[in-house]
Design a protein around this ligand. Sequence first.
Ligand code: AMP
Length: 188
Amino acid sequence: MNIILLGPPGAGKGTQALRLVANHGLVQLSTGDMLRAAVAAGTEVGMKAKAVMEAGQLVSDDIVIGVVSERLDQPDTKNGVIFDGFPRTTAQAEALDKLLVEKGMTLDAVVEMQVDDALLVDRIKTRAAETGGSRADDNEETLKKRLAVYHAETAPLIDYYRGTGKLKTIDGSVPIDDVTKSISSVLA
Ligand code: AMP
């Protein structure tokens, strides 16, 4: 099973992806985690991505698509992948369609986690406090930029995937365990 978790920053995609890893034996493919690892390792990709990420903007489609393509060539993805934070633009969604065909994979579902902006701002404040602000992009000001980017660039993917009949929309504002249950039921 290959699925996409689609939703705004702070919607809980990473948290739910970890649960899907544990419960369904899928591999989490988080472009945010991969880009942060590249920044930490000081690779060429990391050097290009660092300032863009800190500003809450999107890393270029070419870089992100390249990173995803390489990751999909690793054998552990054959049991199924959760795309977490990818695709984020229509160009990325179109590139993913091509990559899946090339690699002989199919997309089973796109789970849209719906959460209001106001709740996301509250959540990011809590996360910044809990993690001691360990993520450079975890603050209210950057979140607001990231939300604007989400609405402009990523939200159009909701219609893109609705058109494929694979879109499953769930309420992401309820407690974490209830979100997990909703995801399980739409995937069943
Ligand atoms: P995330 O951990 O998914 O919230 O991603 C953190 C940051 O990494 C984002 O704000 C972007 O700067 C960058 N990033 C992650 N995934 C993508 C993507 N699919 N396209 C462009 N930029 C991305």
